[in-house]
Every structure is written in structure tokens, then in C-alpha cells.
Write a protein that binds this ligand. Structure first.
Ligand SMILES: [Zn+2]
Ligand SMILES: [Zn+2]
Length: 445
């Protein structure tokens, strides 16, 4: 005789199903919560478990996982999860936890019996069906930069940040027919809305270049509307994360504990490329990368387009400033000085002659004294680097969450004075949300 175990905290459900299964010739055991259910399953070793999802003392996901861990003792066990909720994410999680079937209440005893006697399982396919092809959108001609998020660390909304903006890192570059997004902090949400409005009904292809996977550079991606549009192509590129690959790092922040939609449930076509070389192309745009002085695997990018170049280093700290600081650990001798200066010079060469330089300038020199080794620059170093590299335009970037608009404005003013003492014609601005800059070769401020 086949046996079934009913795990449900609702005695009426147990009573109805128990009667129907007994009538159909099944031996039936019952448990009133998940914990009791796991014990009963191990004791009776039933052929099937019908388990409610939300119960006291161990939920249905936990029951599924616990029983699948005991697969040696419970060979061929069929698990049907029942629930009063119809959320797609619950369904997917139940299957991932080990359920064979998933039924939303009210359920009929006949449906249970049919599933118990069928050999099929109904596990969901995580990939969305591909829709009919839609012609790809053509980007309007003209190369430009747009700033959608300029803040570092954490979004900082409020009346004191309305001018520069409170969203975290995201910059849009349109160049040579390519739509390139630099990092996906919270600013990417607004960019996504704009793209959906602009390309309504036509598929969109874009490349998201990630400098690194710290939260302020990826946290907006779950809210990026074009990722929810079938037929859109989203190419995500970057360098391998600190501990996990790019894809799994982005997927983790969309696990069901943190977000209701999983990365692989998004309807668009999302591809990941972990770069191994420090130079590659996005269409005709040449992209070069350099490792930044910042905790984790973090790069800066330089993108050369037909109408000018853009460099993007949102998170970087001067090697010499950091390593030679009296409060920093490690040797301070001539060899260290030479080494650090050489590393700083490598960055200058990487940036040599760049038109648009978007550079970490989170602190001023005084604040830096208490942020040594945090992986961020004081604007004094950013100005020095930009001047040494001969950049045309410098955008101070990755504004500190503690800096209000007045403070950022004062920092830009000081940065300009500093550049002025070097008789430089380089323009300096603090990046701000909504700022749009055309990329025109040889353009001056
Ligand atoms: Zn950052
Ligand atoms: Zn970072």
C-alpha cells in the first residue's frame, strides 16, 4: 500500500485530503507543522508528502530542503507543495527547494490524486519564452555623456542634495551607434525609464560596463526597466568579482530574500562577459581598463570614440598618498615611494590627453586624513592627476553622502582655484544628475 504524509496546520485541509486519499487506497499520516512533518517523514518514509508552504515551526521551503537532504532515506519521494498564495517567486523557490509540484489553494483532492499517480514533474523553466523579433532601435546620431547618478556609497535624497543629486553611480555614453552604461547604481532607474519611453515598441541593445560590484555600483540594476522588456539585449561586462563571478554577484542581490524577481526571471536577453584582457571593443568604441586602487577587483575605463575620449574612474585612491601616509601601515622607504609614484604615473599615462575625465573626488584633503585606505580620493589629488594627464574636462565624481550641495560647490570652487594656480585651461565641474555633455572632438569648456 502506498503512503502519503499530509503536513498542514489547517485541520480541515488535513481532514478533507486524508479522507479522499484513504478512500483511494492510500495509507495517510498527518503532521500539524513543518517540524513535526520532517520527523514523521523520516519515521514513516512515505511515498509522497503534501506540504503547506506557510506553517509555524518550519515552513514548506525548509521541509523540502530537509527532506531532499535525506534523499538516501527517502528514495523516490514525491513532494507536492500547497499554498494560499500565487506568487511566481514562491513557486520558483519551492521548486528550487526540492518540490515536484506546486498547487495554489483551494485545491481539489482529485488534483492531488492525479499528481500522486503521474510520473511527470512540473518544474518551472526559469527562462522566459522568446518573443517575436522586433527591429532594433537606431540610436539618434551624435555622441554624448549623461550623468544619472553621481553619489558614492549610498543614495542620498533630500532637500540638501537636489542640485547635484542623491543617486549612486550611473553614467550613460552614446557613441558611434552604441549605448553604453557605466555602472548601475540607483541612477540607472531613471535612465531605464527614459529608455523605455524613448524606444517604446522597438528592441534595444545596450552594454553595461561595471567597474566593480560594490553595492553603490550595482544596486539599481533590479529597477532597470529595459531589463524587463522581452527582446531587449543587455550585455553586462566587467572583471571578475572579488569572491564570485559577475553573474552570481548580480544574481545574489536579486535572490528572493532581497528582491521579488530573480535575475534569470527577467524577460530581456541578458548576457555576461567577464573580461580577461585589459582592452576590448564595444562596437567601434575602443575600451581600455586599468585596475584602480580600491578594495575588491575594481577597474577604471577609458573609451575612445570617433568624437572624443571618456575616462571613468569612480572609485580610486592615490597610491602614494595612501601608502606613504604616516598612519598607513607598511614600509615608507624610498623603494615604496618610487613604487607608488610609478603606479600613480601609470594612471596618468592611461588618462593621457583624455577629453572627459570622470574621477573619484569623494573627500577634501582634511577629510582624507580620517579615510586613509578607504579607496577614495581627495579632490586635490584628482585635480593633480587630471592636470598631469592633460585632460580637457574634469568631472569631480562619487560625491560623499555627507556632502550637501553647498559643500560640493565649495569643493569645485577650490578645485578650480587649484587648477588656476597651474595656469591650466582645463575645465572642472562637479558631476550632477541630469548633466548632459556633447562629445565633440577638440571641444573646450
Ligand atoms: Zn563606489
Ligand atoms: Zn567601491
Amino acid at each position: 500500500m502506498k503512503s502519503a504524509l499530509l503536513i498542514d496546520d489547517d485541520p480541515i485541509v488535513r481532514k478533507v485530503l486524508s479522507k479522499a486519499l484513504s478512500t483511494a487506497g492510500w495509507a495517510v499520516h498527518e503532521a500539524k507543522d513543518g517540524e513535526e512533518g520532517i520527523q514523521a517523514a523520516l519515521r514513516h518514509r512515505p511515498d509522497a508528502v503534501i506540504c503547506d508552504l506557510l506553517m509555524p515551526r518550519c515552513n514548506g521551503f525548509q521541509v523540502c530542503r530537509a527532506l531532499r537532504e535525506q534523499a538516501d532515506h527517502l528514495p523516490g519521494l514525491k513532494i507536492i507543495v500547497t499554498t494560499h498564495r500565487g506568487f511566481a517567486t514562491d513557486r520558483l523557490n519551492a521548486f528550487e527547494s526540492g518540490a515536484d509540484h506546486y498547487l495554489v489553494k483551494p485545491i481539489l483532492a482529485e488534483d492531488i490524486l492525479q499528481l500522486l499517480t503521474s510520473k511527470e514533474t512540473a518544474k518551472a523553466s526559469p527562462s522566459a519564452p522568446a518573443g517575436a523579433p522586433v527591429p532594433a532601435a537606431q540610436l539618434p546620431a551624435g555622441n554624448l555623456l549623461r550623468f544619472w547618478g553621481v553619489r558614492g556609497s549610498i543614495p542620498t535624497p533630500g532637500p540638501n542634495t537636489v542640485f547635484y543629486g542623491g543617486n549612486t553611480t550611473c553614467v550613460e555614453l552614446r557613441a558611434d551607434g552604441q549605448l553604453i552604461i557605466l555602472d548601475s547604481g540607483s541612477g540607472i532607474r531613471l535612465l531605464g525609464q527614459r529608455l523605455v519611453e524613448e524606444f517604446k515598441g522597438r528592441s534595444l541593445e545596450l552594454t553595461l560596463l561595471l567597474t566593480h560590484t560594490h553595492w553603490d555600483h550595482i544596486q539599481g540594476f533590479p529597477f532597470f526597466a529595459p531589463a524587463y522588456v522581452a527582446n531587449n539585449q543587455v550585455h553586462i561586462q566587467g572583471y571578475e568579482g572579488y569572491r564570485k563571478g559577475l553573474e552570481s554577484t548580480l544574481a545574489v542581490q536579486m535572490e528572493s530574500s532581497y528582491f521579488p524577481v530573480g535575475l534569470r526571471q527577467l524577460p530581456s536577453n541578458i548576457t555576461f562577459s567577464e573580461q580577461r584582457e585589459m582592452e576590448f571593443h564595444v562596437g567601434p568604441v575602443r575600451v581600455r581598463a586599468i585596475f584602480a586602487n580600491h578594495p575588491s577587483v575594481c577597474v577604471g575605463y577609458r573609451l575612445d570614440t570617433s568624437t572624443g575620449s571618456v575616462a571613468f574612474l569612480p572609485d580610486h585612491e592615490s597610491y602614494a598618498r595612501m601608502r606613504l601616509h604616516p598612519r598607513a601601515g607598511g614600509p615608507k622607504g624610498q623603494a615604496t615611494l618610487d613604487y607608488c609614484r610609478a603606479e600613480d604615473q601609470k594612471l596618468v599615462e592611461f588618462l593621457r590627453g583624455v577629453d572627459m575625465l570622470i574621477l573619484d573626488a569623494q573627500y577634501d584633503e582634511a577629510e582624507y586624513q580620517t579615510h586613509i585606505g578607504w579607496g577614495h580620493s581627495c579632490y586635490e589629488d584628482s585635480v593633480a592627476t587630471a592636470l598631469a594627464a592633460g585632460a580637457q574636462h574634469l568631472f569631480l565624481f562619487h560625491h560623499d553622502p555627507a556632502h550637501d550641495d553647498a559643500r560640493v560647490s565649495r569643493m569645485v570652487g577650490h578645485a578650480r582655484e587649484l587648477a588656476g594656480t597651474h595656469n591650466s585651461t582645463m575645465s572642472i565641474e562637479a558631476a550632477r544628475e541630469g548633466l548632459e555633455v556633447p562629445l565633440l572632438k577638440g571641444q573646450r569648456a
